[in-house]
Design a protein around this ligand. Structure first.
Ligand SMILES: Nc1ncnc2c1ncn2[C@@H]1O[C@H](COP(=O)(O)OP(=O)(O)OP(=O)(O)O)[C@@H](O)[C@H]1O
Ligand SMILES: [Mg+2]
Length: 453
């Protein structure tokens, strides 16, 4: 299992370090010393559990800054379990925090063993709640417009979709291939007032350049050889509805100008025509390329980028959606087992591990395709890694989710603790075994907050 994330918010550096080393074996420990740094870690990492010291700078003697952090976390990340760390004389504050929605409180000075029990319970609860949500989603078919996702990042995506569906502003959806860009565009359409009108898709990368202009904007009779009749383009077909421009990065420069003009003035011109035609369509575009690079190369217009990306959405790759891979895998398995009338009871243990470990470069689409195929190929009642055309999972190292520095220190900590335990309190033995000097040993013990007795 991947280590779960724990954020420690405390302005006391020694305490932070001490807690970190006591907990780093069990959790991915993140640190913050004040409100802004806590907010930054929350945004980036979305830890499941937070310990929060109420007295934070600039008012370390008061509790208001701590309460402000608590409010922010509860408002924006309602599923996070917050454990308040407070002095013994401050029971009132602790209770007030719990009333507001903190999960629990804990008195200083911190007894690490007790804290570990509280943390374990908090993580268990968080995990249970997540599983509960996942199960509910799966059983009730309760997806968000056909999309599954219980992780924080996808919940955020859903909330943005809800918000922008009610506006007419253009949207630019960015995301690796197979992350669900088209599903998102369809969801925006279905949730908007345009839902009764057409949703029209065009893949700018799949149509030859010389045909694309008339596909998009239509043409008049006689506009070019073969144009026997007048034809409406996709813009006009999407009247009142939504036009989804997929692979917008592939749009040729000439057409970028025409699109820009539409976004500014809401009119188009058919190929070979002079009439300005007013069109009411909402544009949603998608790209799996970094348009910033394309702009640097000069193949994508900057002014168009800013017009299109009034609302920018980026879809997280599957490997960053904590907990969702298995949820999706099970949902696809059910769907395709039903479709193929096969009695498959799930994934075997190795398959689950292989699915969790794989990086999924093709994202949800790749997962779906592998499972579709596995259901057809499977001979047993449980899907195996071989059915999925995946190798057996490799054994995990507890260091693999760490940076080099963190891993080195965690290993130091581990070896040190083991050597000291084996030495039965005889530090000379530990010194010999580890091949370091006594002062170094003392330094390390202090660094990792180990008692000197
Ligand atoms: N969150 C999700 N829940 C369920 N199914 C999903 C989800 N995201 C994507 N899918 C499924 O994965 C497949 C790929 O999705 P979609 O076509 O929207 O991705 P895309 O980002 O447009 O991919 P590409 O860049 O390859 O065009 C579809 O079959 C879609 O139904
Ligand atoms: Mg697509």
């Amino acid at each position: 299992m991947k280590k779960q994330k724990l954020l420690i918010v405390d302005d006391d550096e020694d305490l932070r370090t001490q807690m970190k080393w006591a907990l780093v074996q069990d959790y991915k420990v993140l640190l913050a010393e004040d409100r802004p740094s806590a907010a930054a870690v929350m945004r980036k990492e979305k830890p499941a559990v937070v310990t929060l010291d109420l007295g934070l700078p600039p008012l370390p003697a008061g509790v208001e800054e701590g309460f402000a952090v608590l409010d922010e976390i509860l408002n924006e990340y309602g599923q996070t379990k917050v454990i308040i760390i407070t002095g013994r004389g401050e029971k009132e504050n602790a209770l007030r925090a719990v009333e507001k929605g903190a999960y629990d409180f804990f008195y200083k000075p911190i007894q690490i063993d007790e804290l570990k029990v509280v943390l374990r319970r908090a993580f268990q609860l968080s995990q249970l709640e997540r599983e509960q949500r996942a199960l509910q989603q799966r059983l009730s078919g309760d997806t968000f417009e056909g999309m599954l996702g219980t992780c924080g990042k996808m919940q955020e995506v859903f909330s943005v979709i809800r918000k922008v569906a009610t506006t007419d502003a253009p949207v630019l959806i960015m995301g690796e291939s197979g992350t669900g860009k088209e599903l998102v565009a369809r969801a925006m359409h279905r949730l908007s007032v345009r839902q009764e009108n057409p949703f029209i898709v065009i893949n700018c990368g799949a149509i030859p350049e010389n045909l694309l202009e008339s596909e998009l904007f239509g043409h008049e009779k006689g506009a070019f050889t073969g144009a026997h009749i007048q034809r409406k383009g996709r813009f006009e077909m999407a009247e009142g509805g939504t036009l989804f421009l997929d692979e917008i990065g592939e749009l040729p420069t000439l057409l970028q100008v025409k699109l820009l003009r539409f976004l500014q003035e809401r009119v188009i011109e058919r190929v070979g025509g002079r009439e300005q035609i007013k069109v009411d369509t909402r544009v949603v575009a998608a790209t799996n390329r970094d348009l910033k690079d394309a702009m640097k190369e000069g193949s994508f217009r900057e002014d168009l980028y800013f017009r299109l990306g009034v609302i920018l959405m980026s879809l997280p790759p599957l490997r960053e959606r904590e907990g969702d891979v298995i949820l999706l895998a099970k949902a696809f398995l059910e769907r395709y087992a039903d479709e193929n009338r096969k009695k498959i009871k799930g994934f075997n243990h190795q398959a689950i591990e292989a699915i969790e470990q794989y990086a999924w470069p093709g994202n949800v689409r790749e997962l779906e395709n592998r499972i579709k195929r596995a259901v057809i190929m499977a001979e047993g009642v449980k899907i195996t890694p071989a059915d999925l055309e995946m190798g057996a999972p490799r054994p995990k190292s507890r260091y693999e989710n760490m940076g080099l520095k963190e891993a080195r220190e965690a290993l130091e900590n581990e070896l040190l603790a083991k050597a000291i335990a084996r030495s039965g309190g005889n530090l000379s033995r530990a010194v010999t075994e580890l091949g370091i000097s006594r002062p170094t040993l003392y330094d390390l013990m202090e660094k990792f907050g180990m008692p000197k007795e």
